[in-house]
Design a binder for this molecule. Structure first.
Ligand code: ADP
Ligand code: MG
Length: 227
């Protein structure tokens, strides 16, 4: 489903070049649950942005469902991103003035999908939040906000969910509830790629990739995973 070869990202800031990703190779099959770990600054978010088609690599190959991503034009890239990928971020990234339902509807509006509000309500129901549909983010707890973000990620029925430190701002009980949602989705064959620095979160994945200085230093099946 995902294949990357020598994928690299170099940021140029004035005279200075920052190698955020120094050439990584891996592939991820449909239905996998992969955790990406590594110290701050090791390139995890850069990699997630590339996998999520939010940004293009400086060099290397990225094939998503056999599509060569680096060859796409901006509008085609947006289409792939919107249709195939759901994003969940550490800081939830919700629109503050919009209700939970409006936030959830957002990806559908870009695609002019009919019944957007109905689909959004069903997604909120899926994450156990339909009773909060009319609430704004400030009226919701951190865990509820993240559940809205997951509902928003689900409305286009993405094949892949990319989550960058999704439990980083949550207490451990709330984090466990969010992880349960991810496990449920993964059981339905959604491919899950999750960045975390919490070992107890990473241990729930089926495969753990460790990064350091923009490189992959280990990529192993997780033998600790329960059941
Ligand atoms: P992580 O998510 O593992 O903490 P990042 O991918 O955010 O790491 O960052 C990797 C490196 O790239 C860091 O040195 C960071 O400062 C740099 N970097 C990330 N994004 C940018 C950017 N937009 N412009 C310049 N440098 C960046
Ligand atoms: Mg990061």
């Amino acid at each position: 489903m995902i294949e990357v070869e020598r994928l690299a990202k170099i940021y140029q800031i004035g005279e200075q070049k920052v190698t955020a990703l120094a050439g990584v190779d891996f592939s991820i099959d449909k239905g996998e649950f992969v955790a990406i770990m590594g110290p701050s600054g090791s390139g995890k978010s850069t990699l997630m942005n590339l996998l999520g088609c939010l940004d293009l690599p400086s060099s290397g190959v990225y094939r998503l469902e056999n599509l060569d991503i680096q060859g796409l034009k901006a509008d085609q890239l947006a289409e792939v991103r919107n249709r195939r990928i759901g994003f969940v971020f550490q800081n939830f990234n919700l629109l503050p003035r919009a209700t939970a339902q409006e936030n959830t509807e957002l990806p559908l509006l870009y695609g002019r999908v009919p019944n957007a509000s109905q689909i959004a309500l069903e997604a909120l129901e899926r994450v156990g939040l339909s009773h909060r549909a009319k609430h704004k983010p400030t009226e919701l707890s951190g865990g509820e906000r993240q559940r809205v973000a997951i509902a928003r990620a689900l409305v286009n029925r993405p094949a892949i969910i990319l989550a960058d430190e999704p439990t980083g701002n949550l207490d451990s009980i709330t984090g466990a509830e969010i992880m349960k949602l991810f496990h449920d989705l993964n059981r339905e064959s959604v491919t899950l790629i999750l960045v975390t620095h919490e070992p107890e979160i990473a241990q729930q994945a089926k495969r753990i990739i460790q990064m350091r200085d923009g490189k992959i230093v280990s990529d192993e099946i997780n033998v600790v995973m329960p059941c």
